[in-house]
Write a protein that binds this ligand. Structure first.
Ligand SMILES: [Zn+2]
Ligand SMILES: [Zn+2]
Length: 278
């Protein structure tokens, strides 16, 4: 049983997405006996996959947590990969109500065509328990400007790995992730720079203290955060909590087995054409 996350992008927020100072490509998860799940493929996801020679036709399922472009803009291309160019009815799309149907001024984020070619679509809400190609996944609420946004607890077989998704801080939200072995936190801003509905580095401290994971990982780094050194911000959280805390880098691979390890992926800079291509 493998559970491996490749951080296609560790950036987040509209300015990091606009400038691609860091990629905003979300996460690619390999799990079980070689299933592949994409989470929140924002701008950069597809170009990052080419850099690691990942063939998008291997993807089985896709999660889009909410209707902000740093989480969904590459999702339709991912669906074209899943469906092998739109020719094979396969795969499963999981999305919040805003992503799939639209809600107020938000979304829908996936065109009717792409919703038509993927085999299964599930609208997800807090409290749902999903079976994503054998991966038990619990869906939890957030406090975000897309009120339908959700976070996730993945039951990997080697403990719970959680992806909190964009949220403001509250003790209540933090308690939802108790029991996590790895806590992946979107820490958009540094120090105590608070913007509504997002976490700053200072919020990460009580969050980590409530959850007490083995490892906390900062992602979704905004421009100010990148300016103020994400490694230093993570170290500050580690000093205050005693919990190992790191800021992920683009194309880091996190392996969660008996042990937890993180290392840079091998990258290529060439005109790659995968074998599955016409
Ligand atoms: Zn975001
Ligand atoms: Zn958002």
């Amino acid at each position: 049983m493998v559970f491996r996350i490749t951080f296609l992008g560790t950036g987040g927020g509209r300015h990091t997405a606009m400038y691609q100072t860091r990629s905003t490509g979300g996460m690619l998860v390999e799990h079980g006996d070689g299933k592949h799940l994409h989470i929140d493929p924002g701008p950069g996801a597809v170009t990052q996959m080419k850099k690691i020679h990942y063939d998008l036709t291997l993807t089985d399922s896709l999660i889009v947590s909410h209707a902000h472009p740093d989480h969904y803009s590459d999702a339709e291309t991912v669906i074209e990969g899943i469906t092998r160019g739109g020719w094979e009815k396969r795969g499963h799309l999981y999305g919040s109500p805003s992503v799939i149907n639209g809600e107020g001024k938000l979304g829908p984020c996936i065109s009717k065509y792409h919703q038509g070619v993927i085999k299964n679509i599930t609208v997800i809400r807090p409290g749902d328990v999903l079976d994503i190609d054998g991966l038990k996944t619990e869906v939890s609420k957030t406090t975000h400007s897309d009120p339908t946004n959700v976070g996730f607890r993945f039951d990997t077989g080697n403990g719970i790995v959680s992806y909190v998704s964009d949220t403001g801080y509250s003790d209540e939200i933090a308690h939802l992730y108790e029991g996590s072995r790895v806590l992946i936190l979107p820490v958009t801003t540094p120090d105590d720079v608070r913007i509504p509905y997002h976490l700053c580095a200072k919020d990460a401290i009580p969050f980590i203290n409530i959850v007490r994971p083995e490892l906390a990982v900062f992602i979704h780094l905004g421009i100010l955060m990148i300016r103020r050194d994400p490694n230093k911000q993570a170290l500050e959280a580690e000093k205050n909590t005693g919990i190992r805390t790191i800021a992920a880098r683009d194309l880091d691979i996190l392996d969660v087995g008996k042990n937890i390890s993180i290392a840079a992926a091998e990258t290529y800079d060439d005109e790659w054409i995968p074998d599955s291509s016409p």
